[in-house]
Design a protein around this ligand. Sequence first.
Ligand code: ADP
Ligand code: ADP
Length: 219
Amino acid sequence: MLVLDNLTKTYPGGTLAVSRFALTIEPGEIVAILGGSGCGKSTVLRAIAGLDPATGGRVLLDGEEIRAPHSKIGVAFQEPRLMPWLSIAENIGFGIQDIEKAKRQALVKAALERVGLSGFAGAWPRELSGGMAQRAALARALVAKPEVLLLDEPFSALDALTRADLQDHLLELWEIDRPTLVLVTHDIDEALYLADRVVVMTGRPGHIQSIVQPNLPRP
Ligand code: ADP
Ligand code: ADP
């Protein structure tokens, strides 16, 4: 279970970006955090990822406090952020270098297969289209079979067709291990299509509305 216990974030300049954000997410749940630009969505996601810890409150995963990046948590962002000097396979394996080589290679191979990039292990990031690069980023986030997958506007930079294709692909990937999925988006259609539950953040820190969506069967 993922518990966001009254997360608060004040940036060094003094901006209060998030105030007492509280949310409990069940294992395997798909939650979308929906809100306009600047309302604090990315700040919440970076805190869960341990990339930029909150200044107040706690993130608890199975009772353990998260304050730094963690192998149980995979993250992907709006831009794929692949390292241009590494091959696709090297990019996907980059975060799991502490795993013994044969096992690491098997994990990378499986991740590439899952996202439909088997033929591109040795390709360079610049050789991939936007949608393919974002699939590589998904593979990198999923390679260690994380308990929690965090996605920050993962499809916003893609054209509508590629976006729809990747949304369906994400649901297929989710079906395999059913990780807890927290998705940040400003796209209400995307939130309603993908999520079991949509949490709406308003622009005013401390004003958070929670919408519980009936658990409709997925398409
Ligand atoms: P969203 O993801 O909803 O667009 P963010 O979490 O990026 O919102 O930003 C929330 C608020 O915090 C905004 O006012 C933004 O300008 C501010 N902010 C975000 N990151 C930083 C930072 N690194 N330093 C200072 N202020 C920041
Ligand atoms: P996102 O789409 O994730 O909300 P933004 O374009 O708002 O991203 O911000 C991109 C980067 O700039 C982030 O690392 C964020 O922390 C930082 N940032 C955003 N707003 C500010 C700010 N007011 N001051 C300093 N850094 C900021």
